[in-house]
Design a protein around this ligand. Sequence first.
Ligand code: UTP
Length: 283
Amino acid sequence: MDTIRHCVIPAAGLGTRFLPATKVLPKEMLPVVDRPLIEWAIEEAMAAGAAEIALVIASGKELIQAHFERQPALEAVLEARGKRAELAAVRHSQELAHITYCRQEEPRGLGHAVLCAAEVVGDNPFLCMLPDDLSHAPTPILAQLRRAWDEVHAPVLALMRVTPDQISRYGCATVSQARGRLHRVTEVVEKPRPEDARSDLAIMGRYVLPGSIFEALRRTPTGVGGELQLTDGISALIAQGPVWGLEFDGELLDVGTPDGWLTTNVRLARELGRGAAVEAGLA
Ligand code: UTP
Protein backbone atom coordinates (compact mmCIF):
# COMPACT_ATOMS: atom_id res chain seq x y z
CA MET A 1 0.00 0.00 0.00
CA ASP A 2 1.26 3.44 -0.86
CA THR A 3 -0.87 5.79 1.24
CA ILE A 4 0.47 7.76 4.15
CA ARG A 5 -1.69 7.66 7.29
CA HIS A 6 0.78 7.64 10.17
CA CYS A 7 3.14 10.07 11.73
CA VAL A 8 5.73 8.66 14.12
CA ILE A 9 6.80 11.12 16.82
CA PRO A 10 9.72 9.88 18.94
CA ALA A 11 9.43 11.47 22.39
CA ALA A 12 11.24 8.97 24.60
CA GLY A 13 14.55 10.82 24.91
CA LEU A 14 16.00 11.96 28.23
CA GLY A 15 16.07 15.68 27.49
CA THR A 16 19.49 16.05 29.11
CA ARG A 17 20.10 19.44 27.51
CA PHE A 18 17.21 20.85 29.50
CA LEU A 19 18.04 19.53 32.97
CA PRO A 20 17.01 20.13 35.69
CA ALA A 21 13.62 21.20 34.22
CA THR A 22 13.30 17.80 32.54
CA LYS A 23 14.32 15.74 35.58
CA VAL A 24 10.66 14.79 36.12
CA LEU A 25 8.72 16.86 33.56
CA PRO A 26 8.91 15.42 30.03
CA LYS A 27 10.61 17.92 27.72
CA GLU A 28 7.63 17.58 25.37
CA MET A 29 5.36 19.07 28.08
CA LEU A 30 7.28 22.35 28.30
CA PRO A 31 4.95 25.13 27.17
CA VAL A 32 5.52 27.14 24.04
CA VAL A 33 3.36 30.26 24.46
CA ASP A 34 0.18 28.54 25.69
CA ARG A 35 0.47 24.83 24.89
CA PRO A 36 3.00 22.04 25.40
CA LEU A 37 5.42 21.57 22.57
CA ILE A 38 4.06 18.10 21.81
CA GLU A 39 0.73 19.72 20.89
CA TRP A 40 2.48 21.97 18.36
CA ALA A 41 4.11 18.86 16.92
CA ILE A 42 0.85 16.96 16.57
CA GLU A 43 -0.78 19.97 14.92
CA GLU A 44 2.04 19.99 12.36
CA ALA A 45 1.57 16.26 11.74
CA MET A 46 -2.18 16.72 11.21
CA ALA A 47 -1.54 19.62 8.82
CA ALA A 48 0.62 17.25 6.76
CA GLY A 49 -2.30 14.83 6.47
CA ALA A 50 -1.51 12.30 9.21
CA ALA A 51 -4.63 10.57 10.51
CA GLU A 52 -2.86 8.39 13.07
CA ILE A 53 -0.10 9.42 15.43
CA ALA A 54 2.35 6.83 16.80
CA LEU A 55 3.83 8.56 19.81
CA VAL A 56 6.93 6.86 21.20
CA ILE A 57 7.27 7.50 24.92
CA ALA A 58 9.30 6.10 27.80
CA SER A 59 8.08 5.17 31.26
CA GLY A 60 7.95 8.30 33.39
CA LYS A 61 6.53 10.27 30.47
CA GLU A 62 2.87 9.35 31.07
CA LEU A 63 2.07 13.04 31.57
CA ILE A 64 2.17 13.34 27.78
CA GLN A 65 -0.56 10.71 27.50
CA ALA A 66 -2.63 12.41 30.23
CA HIS A 67 -2.53 15.68 28.29
CA PHE A 68 -4.36 14.11 25.36
CA GLU A 69 -6.88 12.21 27.47
CA ARG A 70 -10.22 13.56 28.66
CA GLN A 71 -10.13 15.36 32.01
CA PRO A 72 -13.84 15.23 32.98
CA ALA A 73 -13.45 16.95 36.38
CA LEU A 74 -11.65 19.91 34.84
CA GLU A 75 -14.19 20.12 32.01
CA ALA A 76 -17.06 20.11 34.50
CA VAL A 77 -15.57 23.00 36.48
CA LEU A 78 -14.88 25.05 33.37
CA GLU A 79 -18.39 24.38 32.10
CA ALA A 80 -19.98 25.36 35.44
CA ARG A 81 -17.96 28.59 35.50
CA GLY A 82 -18.85 29.44 31.89
CA LYS A 83 -15.19 29.45 30.83
CA ARG A 84 -15.86 28.65 27.21
CA ALA A 85 -12.53 29.54 25.63
CA GLU A 86 -10.64 27.50 28.24
CA LEU A 87 -13.01 24.58 27.76
CA ALA A 88 -12.50 24.73 24.00
CA ALA A 89 -8.73 24.70 24.51
CA VAL A 90 -8.94 21.66 26.81
CA ARG A 91 -11.18 19.80 24.38
CA HIS A 92 -9.02 20.76 21.41
CA SER A 93 -6.08 18.75 22.74
CA GLN A 94 -8.32 15.73 23.44
CA GLU A 95 -9.89 15.73 20.01
CA LEU A 96 -6.80 16.60 18.03
CA ALA A 97 -5.73 13.19 16.81
CA HIS A 98 -5.98 9.46 17.18
CA ILE A 99 -2.84 8.57 19.10
CA THR A 100 -1.29 5.16 19.69
CA TYR A 101 1.42 5.07 22.35
CA CYS A 102 4.50 2.94 21.72
CA ARG A 103 6.94 2.23 24.51
CA GLN A 104 10.69 2.54 24.25
CA GLU A 105 11.96 0.79 27.37
CA GLU A 106 15.46 2.27 27.22
CA PRO A 107 16.82 5.33 25.38
CA ARG A 108 18.76 3.37 22.76
CA GLY A 109 18.71 6.08 20.12
CA LEU A 110 16.44 7.70 17.56
CA GLY A 111 16.61 4.73 15.17
CA HIS A 112 15.54 2.42 17.99
CA ALA A 113 12.71 4.80 18.95
CA VAL A 114 11.38 4.75 15.37
CA LEU A 115 11.64 0.96 15.34
CA CYS A 116 9.34 0.87 18.40
CA ALA A 117 6.53 2.11 16.11
CA ALA A 118 6.99 -0.71 13.56
CA GLU A 119 3.92 -2.70 14.59
CA VAL A 120 1.63 0.33 14.49
CA VAL A 121 2.83 1.52 11.08
CA GLY A 122 3.27 -1.85 9.33
CA ASP A 123 4.65 -1.82 5.78
CA ASN A 124 3.24 1.58 4.90
CA PRO A 125 5.16 4.77 4.18
CA PHE A 126 4.90 7.22 7.06
CA LEU A 127 5.76 10.69 8.26
CA CYS A 128 8.22 11.12 11.11
CA MET A 129 9.05 14.23 13.09
CA LEU A 130 11.05 15.20 16.14
CA PRO A 131 9.06 17.46 18.44
CA ASP A 132 11.96 19.50 19.82
CA ASP A 133 12.05 21.79 16.78
CA LEU A 134 8.99 23.82 15.83
CA SER A 135 8.11 24.47 12.20
CA HIS A 136 7.96 28.17 11.37
CA ALA A 137 7.16 28.34 7.70
CA PRO A 138 4.50 29.53 5.23
CA THR A 139 3.60 25.86 4.67
CA PRO A 140 4.41 23.63 7.68
CA ILE A 141 7.67 21.83 6.98
CA LEU A 142 6.27 18.30 7.30
CA ALA A 143 3.58 19.22 4.76
CA GLN A 144 6.31 20.42 2.37
CA LEU A 145 8.00 17.02 2.69
CA ARG A 146 4.70 15.25 2.16
CA ARG A 147 4.20 17.22 -1.08
CA ALA A 148 7.69 16.25 -2.22
CA TRP A 149 6.86 12.60 -1.51
CA ASP A 150 3.72 12.94 -3.66
CA GLU A 151 6.07 13.98 -6.48
CA VAL A 152 8.84 11.38 -6.13
CA HIS A 153 7.17 8.50 -4.22
CA ALA A 154 10.41 7.81 -2.40
CA PRO A 155 11.84 8.70 1.02
CA VAL A 156 12.31 12.44 1.65
CA LEU A 157 14.51 14.02 4.33
CA ALA A 158 14.40 17.64 5.52
CA LEU A 159 17.71 19.38 4.75
CA MET A 160 19.13 22.67 5.99
CA ARG A 161 22.45 24.34 5.18
CA VAL A 162 24.62 24.88 8.25
CA THR A 163 28.10 26.29 8.90
CA PRO A 164 31.09 23.87 8.98
CA ASP A 165 31.37 24.09 12.78
CA GLN A 166 27.70 23.06 13.17
CA ILE A 167 27.58 20.02 10.90
CA SER A 168 29.00 17.58 13.48
CA ARG A 169 25.83 18.04 15.57
CA TYR A 170 23.68 16.58 12.79
CA GLY A 171 23.41 13.88 10.18
CA CYS A 172 25.13 15.14 7.02
CA ALA A 173 23.74 14.48 3.52
CA THR A 174 25.76 14.37 0.31
CA VAL A 175 23.60 15.13 -2.74
CA SER A 176 23.84 14.91 -6.51
CA GLN A 177 21.28 16.10 -9.04
CA ALA A 178 18.57 18.54 -7.94
CA ARG A 179 15.01 19.36 -8.97
CA GLY A 180 14.87 22.88 -7.57
CA ARG A 181 15.16 22.50 -3.80
CA LEU A 182 14.73 18.73 -3.98
CA HIS A 183 18.09 16.90 -4.09
CA ARG A 184 18.91 13.26 -4.72
CA VAL A 185 20.75 12.05 -1.61
CA THR A 186 23.74 9.83 -2.31
CA GLU A 187 25.20 9.42 1.19
CA VAL A 188 24.27 10.17 4.80
CA VAL A 189 26.65 10.19 7.76
CA GLU A 190 25.65 10.79 11.38
CA LYS A 191 27.59 13.49 13.22
CA PRO A 192 30.72 13.61 11.02
CA ARG A 193 33.80 15.40 12.29
CA PRO A 194 33.90 18.87 10.65
CA GLU A 195 36.99 17.88 8.61
CA ASP A 196 35.22 14.73 7.33
CA ALA A 197 31.88 16.35 6.40
CA ARG A 198 31.28 16.11 2.66
CA SER A 199 28.60 18.80 2.50
CA ASP A 200 26.98 21.60 4.50
CA LEU A 201 23.53 19.97 4.31
CA ALA A 202 22.27 18.88 7.73
CA ILE A 203 19.44 16.36 8.12
CA MET A 204 16.77 17.94 10.28
CA GLY A 205 14.03 16.20 12.25
CA ARG A 206 11.37 15.78 9.55
CA TYR A 207 11.12 12.71 7.30
CA VAL A 208 8.89 10.72 4.97
CA LEU A 209 10.03 7.11 5.24
CA PRO A 210 9.01 3.80 3.67
CA GLY A 211 7.92 0.79 5.75
CA SER A 212 11.17 -0.89 4.67
CA ILE A 213 13.08 1.38 7.09
CA PHE A 214 12.05 -0.95 9.91
CA GLU A 215 13.81 -3.96 8.39
CA ALA A 216 16.79 -1.72 7.59
CA LEU A 217 16.93 -0.61 11.23
CA ARG A 218 16.70 -4.18 12.51
CA ARG A 219 19.83 -4.97 10.48
CA THR A 220 21.66 -1.77 11.44
CA PRO A 221 24.43 -2.06 14.04
CA THR A 222 24.75 0.41 16.89
CA GLY A 223 26.36 3.64 15.69
CA VAL A 224 27.68 6.97 16.98
CA GLY A 225 27.27 7.40 20.76
CA GLY A 226 26.45 3.71 21.24
CA GLU A 227 22.91 4.37 19.89
CA LEU A 228 20.93 2.94 16.99
CA GLN A 229 20.98 5.85 14.55
CA LEU A 230 18.10 6.59 12.16
CA THR A 231 20.69 8.06 9.78
CA ASP A 232 22.39 4.64 9.53
CA GLY A 233 19.04 3.03 8.67
CA ILE A 234 18.52 5.67 5.96
CA SER A 235 21.98 4.85 4.65
CA ALA A 236 20.74 1.29 4.03
CA LEU A 237 17.70 2.70 2.15
CA ILE A 238 20.03 4.62 -0.19
CA ALA A 239 21.57 1.29 -1.20
CA GLN A 240 18.07 0.03 -2.14
CA GLY A 241 16.71 2.95 -4.21
CA PRO A 242 16.37 6.71 -4.55
CA VAL A 243 16.25 8.87 -1.42
CA TRP A 244 15.56 12.60 -1.71
CA GLY A 245 16.28 15.60 0.48
CA LEU A 246 14.23 18.78 0.51
CA GLU A 247 15.84 22.10 1.36
CA PHE A 248 12.67 23.27 3.00
CA ASP A 249 11.24 26.76 2.94
CA GLY A 250 11.07 28.42 6.38
CA GLU A 251 12.73 27.78 9.72
CA LEU A 252 12.86 25.17 12.44
CA LEU A 253 12.85 26.82 15.86
CA ASP A 254 14.72 25.00 18.64
CA VAL A 255 12.68 24.31 21.75
CA GLY A 256 14.89 21.50 23.12
CA THR A 257 17.42 23.69 24.95
CA PRO A 258 16.85 26.51 27.46
CA ASP A 259 18.25 29.17 25.09
CA GLY A 260 16.27 27.95 22.09
CA TRP A 261 13.10 27.51 24.11
CA LEU A 262 13.30 31.03 25.58
CA THR A 263 14.05 32.65 22.24
CA THR A 264 11.24 30.73 20.51
CA ASN A 265 8.73 31.60 23.23
CA VAL A 266 9.53 35.31 23.06
CA ARG A 267 9.47 35.32 19.27
CA LEU A 268 6.18 33.43 18.91
CA ALA A 269 4.52 35.37 21.75
CA ARG A 270 5.36 38.59 19.89
CA GLU A 271 4.16 37.24 16.57
CA LEU A 272 0.93 35.88 18.03
CA GLY A 273 0.30 39.12 19.92
CA ARG A 274 0.51 37.31 23.26
CA GLY A 275 2.44 38.16 26.38
CA ALA A 276 2.07 41.68 27.66
CA ALA A 277 5.38 41.26 29.52
CA VAL A 278 7.15 40.56 26.26
CA GLU A 279 5.60 43.63 24.68
CA ALA A 280 6.53 45.74 27.69
CA GLY A 281 10.14 44.72 27.13
CA LEU A 282 10.44 42.74 30.35
CA ALA A 283 11.39 39.52 28.57
P1 UTP B 1 17.58 14.30 21.08
O1 UTP B 1 18.86 13.68 21.47
O2 UTP B 1 17.61 15.58 20.36
O3 UTP B 1 16.63 14.54 22.34
O4 UTP B 1 16.71 13.25 20.28
P2 UTP B 1 16.68 14.02 23.79
O5 UTP B 1 17.40 12.73 23.91
O6 UTP B 1 15.27 14.05 24.29
O7 UTP B 1 17.38 15.23 24.51
P3 UTP B 1 18.89 15.54 24.89
O8 UTP B 1 19.69 15.51 23.62
O9 UTP B 1 19.29 14.52 25.90
O10 UTP B 1 18.76 16.90 25.48
C1 UTP B 1 15.89 13.63 19.20
C2 UTP B 1 14.49 13.07 19.36
O11 UTP B 1 14.53 11.66 19.45
C3 UTP B 1 13.88 11.19 20.59
C4 UTP B 1 13.87 12.38 21.56
O12 UTP B 1 12.75 12.28 22.43
C5 UTP B 1 13.77 13.57 20.61
O13 UTP B 1 12.44 13.82 20.23
N1 UTP B 1 14.61 10.03 21.14
C6 UTP B 1 15.96 10.05 21.22
C7 UTP B 1 13.91 8.92 21.55
O14 UTP B 1 12.65 8.90 21.47
N2 UTP B 1 14.59 7.86 22.05
C8 UTP B 1 15.93 7.84 22.14
O15 UTP B 1 16.50 6.82 22.59
C9 UTP B 1 16.64 8.97 21.71
